[in-house]
Design a binder for this molecule. Structure first.
Ligand code: PEP
Ligand code: MG
Length: 762
């Protein structure tokens, strides 16, 4: 059965047009389990009905023409109950409704299963048989399993523009309003610029073409053009890259060979697909094969195949890939990407970037953190939207609520511009207070620090308002390179950072790669990267990398007294002891050098990040061996709640206002204060108005945040009152639902005149 199931699902996956895929499923399923009829209905939420989209057994003429209301008939009942229905004689069931067009008079036995994705009913899959009988448990289980897998395929198909759940005719469909997850607060109105869309096969909507000769000619000349481009690229990098990188170009040449990809693509063209679709079909098949290989090196090659094919596609579609040059971009761009990456953001001209949309990821992925650091409104996890429908369209984006409106009408546009105007006024007001201390109305002074490492320009502008750097994410410079930076390169970078404000503490975190921050030149494939080889675990296993970094930090700090070193992902006391041993080793080496140069090397303070829940129970032991603690609330939330911070599917569960997270944060603050260990909180919660209020009430006095939030948080502190915040904390600690906590905290913010910072727009 499993083989049959896999075969059916694979077929769906590889058939480019959803309706063809569904009719393939109906056919294969009918054969696989020997029933008289198989039908698939999909939901249309705008019209509140299910439409017959494929059948083997009912009248084919009814496909696309029969619609069953959400509360009608057996199909509606399955949708309402969200579970299978198995009946030996459907016609006698009280909910049976006769639809003459489908011609089902001869069928009696009926088994239907809902197709559900993330609690939403997408459709119904049914089996029917002439003979009156109950379907077996095995048949029922098979249908339910298939329906679950179909759900994923349908959602993927929707995301790739193969159809839409809100309209039966995709070509007439224009999405208007979409909901994602708030990634970075703020409002933006701009033109959607889909990164890589022009050269991404994944987003190509399949098309048929009758003109086979022209399609083949087009394909061949696109390959020729690509071959020349690859040749130029290959020559350009010759001698500059290791042999294995150069070998990729040899692979490209091989794939471009007429007997390789070409033959298969041309076969598909003769079946009536246009050249781009044929390429897509062949290449997706290759990619699946490469990804399924046991050899890690070969698995990685899937990326190369995709890259090469995207180049062919660009040539095939005669796309001017230079469109994304700085001059030609619209003045206000909303960058849209399947998966927004730190490098994509780094490359995009800042002056033109006013908003970000990422199809994948959530508010806690590093791309979202970077968006906040840049102060650019962002919406993440916008699943179910074809990228092509966002390209070159006017878009309104609300980073507070995660709402997006595409091609708005004039009235909405005008109202939204009004909101943007109000937001600007508020931010001007906040800016006017930049030189005042972050002190509450009842004199509680907060120390505000910045998180650095994500975007140098902005940090430089704002860091003068901060009391120092509470977190410098050193991994970002590592991620931007093609190899590990040399010790010299690191010294230069760290020296520039440390000497910018020599009188303020500067906390450098040792390399925290792994998890969602892979190094391009240090590939690792792990089943569970967030629970894997990450942060200190990786660097302690590679003392050569750790020592180079520590030595660079120390060298950079000769003559300066502001360096603090922070260790990420600490789980056990032994890791700290081992790291301290290596730091001491490096310290003595660099101290000798410093003496020779007549300089002084001061011993840096050493602290640990509290982000793995295990450390909450080891604070007294850790207190004896470190100089400070810093809570990484992003990871602490992820690990306490067992929710992947990047996974949009569970992003609703990731909430730092969860009572367990609040209790842990409170407990940490109390312990640290009792143990007399200085404590900072450097996760995203520190830069949230509501977070600041609760953290302050818990006893945190040092908060480190992205530079863009700094003045806003200062404004929050100056508007608040510690005693009221403590009363609020007591109230919310007794609550059990994070939503109630958020609502209550927002109410407090409104009451002190900070409603503008949490405002919901669209
Ligand atoms: C954290 O986990 O809260 C943190 C500040 O570190 P990062 O987001 O870089 O993992
Ligand atoms: Mg972390």
């Amino acid at each position: 059965m499993l083989t049959k199931l896999k075969r059916i699902v694979k077929e769906v996956n590889q058939t480019p047009v959803l309706d063809d895929a569904l009719s393939g499923v109906a056919k294969s399923l009918k054969e696989a389990i020997k029933v008289d009829s198989v039908s698939i209905y999909l939901a249309n939420y705008e019209k509140q009905h299910f439409t017959l989209r494929a059948t083997e057994g009912l009248a084919k003429s009814a496909i696309g023409n029969v619609s069953i209301g959400f509360s009608e008939g057996l199909i509606g009942l399955i949708g309402q109950r969200e579970e299978p229905i198995n009946i030996s004689n459907a016609q006698t069931h009280p909910r049976f409704k006769h639809y003459p067009e489908v011609q089902e008079e001869q069928y009696h036995a009926f088994l239907g299963a809902p197709i559900i994705h993330q609690r939403k009913v997408l459709g119904v899959l049914t089996l029917q048989q002439q003979r009156k009988r109950l379907f077996s448990q095995d048949e029922e289980a098979f249908l339910v399993t298939l329906a679950m897998q179909l759900a994923v395929e349908i959602v993927n198909a929707e995301a790739r523009g193969r159809f839409s759940l809100s309209d039966d005719h995709p070509e007439q469909n224009e999405i208007k309003s979409v909901k994602g997850v708030p990634g970075s607060s703020g409002l933006a109105a701009g033109v959607g610029v889909v990164q890589n869309l022009l050269v991404n096969l994944r987003n190509h909507v399949p098309k048929r073409s009758g003109d086979r000769e022209t399609q083949i000619q087009n394909y061949r000349s696109a390959v020729m053009q690509t071959r020349q481009q690859v040749e130029v690229l290959s020559q350009r990098i010759q001698g500059e890259v290791p042999d294995d990188v150069q070998a990729i170009f040899t692979l490209y040449h091989h794939l471009l060979d007429a007997n390789s990809l070409g033959r298969e693509v041309e076969q598909k063209i003769t079946l009536g697909w246009d050249a781009a679709t044929s390429l897509k079909m062949v290449v997706e098949n290759y990619i699946t094969q490469f990804q399924g290989m046991s050899d890690a090196y070969m698995r990685e090659r899937a990326v190369d195949v995709e890259d090469l094919s995207n180049r062919i596609l660009a040539n095939l579609l005669n796309l001017d890939t230079s469109r994304l040059t700085r001059e030609e971009l619209p003045d206000k761009c909303i960058l849209v990407a399947e998966e927004l990456t730190a490098t994509m953001l780094a490359e995009f001209p800042k002056g033109k970037l006013c908003g970000l949309i990422s199809i994948r990821g959530s508010s806690n992925s590093h791309a979202a953190i970077m968006a906040r650091a840049l102060g650019v409104p962002a919406v993440m996890g916008v699943t179910g939207v074809p990228l092509s429908l966002l390209d070159n369209k006017d878009i309104l984006l609300d980073g507070y609520t995660g709402g997006i409106i595409v091609s708005p009408n004039q009235t909405i546009e005008r109202e939204f511009q009004q909101l943007i105007q109000e937001e600007k006024l508020l931010s001007d007001k906040i800016l006017s207070q930049d030189d005042l201390p972050a002190i509450t109305k009842d004199n509680c002074l907060l120390s505000l620090l910045v998180n650095a490492g994500l975007s140098a320009d902005i940090e430089n502008t704002y860091s003068s308002y901060a009391d120092g750097v509470g977190l410098f994410r050193t991994e970002i410079p590592f991620m931007m390179r093609q190899r590990f930076p040399t010790e010299k390169e690191q010294v230069e970078l760290y020296r520039a950072m440390l000497s910018a404000e020599p009188d303020k503490p500067f906390t450098m975190r040792t390399l925290d790669v792994g998890g969602d921050k892979p190094l391009p030149y240090f590939p690792m494939t792990e089943e569970n990267p967030f629970l894997g080889w990450r942060g200190i675990r990786l660097t302690l296993d590679h003392p050569e990398v750790f020592l180079v970094q520590i030595r660079a930090m120390l060298r950079a700090s000769i003559g300066l007294q502001n360096l603090q070193i922070m260790l990420p992902m600490i789980t056990s006391v032994s890791e700290v002891l081992e790291a301290k041993r290596l730091i001491s080793q490096a310290f003595f080496e660099v101290q000798e050098e410093a003496k020779v140069q007549d300089g002084t090397l001061y011993h840096p303070k050493i602290g640990v990040m509290l982000e793995v829940p295990a450390v909450i129970y080891q604070l007294p032991q850790l207190a004896k061996i470190v100089d400070f603690f810093s809570v990484g609330s992003n990871d602490l939330t992820q690990y306490l709640l067992a929710v992947d911070r990047n996974n949009a599917r569970v992003s609703e569960l990731y909430d730092s206002y969860h009572p367990a997270v609040l209790a842990a944060l409170y407990n940490i603050a109390q312990q640290a204060n009792d143990l007399n260990v200085p404590i900072t909180l450097c996760g995203e919660l520190a830069g949230e108005p509501g977070g600041t209020i609760l953290l302050m009430a818990m006893g945190y006095r040092k908060l480190s945040m992205n530079s863009h939030s700094l003045l806003k948080i200062k404004w929050v502190a100056r508007s608040a009152n510690l005693n009221d915040a403590k009363a609020l904390l007591n109230e919310v600690l007794a609550m059990s639902d994070p939503k109630d906590v958020r609502e209550r905290v927002n109410l407090y913010l409104e009451s002190i005149g900070l409603g503008g910072l949490i405002r919901a727009g669209i």
